[in-house]
Design a protein around this ligand. Sequence first.
Ligand code: PMT
Length: 220
Amino acid sequence: SRAQSLSGKRILVTAGPTYEPIDPVRFIGNRSSGKMGIAIADELCARGAAVHLILGPSALSPGKAGVEVIRVGTAREMHEAATTLFGRCDAAVLAAAVADYRPAKVAEQKIKKSGDEMQVSMVKNPDIAASLGQSKTIHQKLVGFALETQNGLENAQSKLEHKNLDLIVLNSLTDSGAGFNHDTNKITILDRGNKKREFELKTKAAVAVDIVDALQELWG
Ligand code: PMT
């Protein structure tokens, strides 16, 4: 049985989008609901792990009262919370859709409508997966996601290596019922030994079981 099979483990999960402010009323964000990462946090908790869920702006909350939720807004806030907590954790599962860029400056006042065009200059955000990949010890496991619209396997493989992850979960926006906001997802899990596991479309709760099984296998 899977019950309590992760007791003694402390695991970090990121979920949801990030909102990168432009001015006091506007932001650049994405369509992540938080459902996938929340399902993973609930599954880890059900198996007895201590779970820290760093959750970007989402209307949702975990189902399990045991999950500790840290709510953040921006990629930089998520990065700070994640790097602070990861040192004490045995693993991290990074399901958040983090903005790669943010507006270079946040206007103090609401930007007024004026000309026919406007430009928002953007600067790079920290890559949370890559930072944790760099600081990771041999005892810590890192599971990332790849959300792709083309060349999924190639791009996922490259993220697995460049971010120094142990596993990557590929989901593709071209598969119907997969990705943002749906209650279902369709994933392929890649590991560092070129093993590729493809799964059928299933509920995010059932997908979370497959992902946590794969993480647990890394510990033997
Ligand atoms: O929240 P839902 O509506 O349920 O949707 C789930 C999901 C589609 C958001 C989820 O399954 C998913 O794919 N999450 C990752 C989305 C993403 O931004 O993927 P990416 O390929 O751009 O990023 C690769 C990996 O690096 C991810 O683990 C991501 O969390 C991480 N990353 C990316 C950029 C950044 N600055 N920091 C990061 O940690």
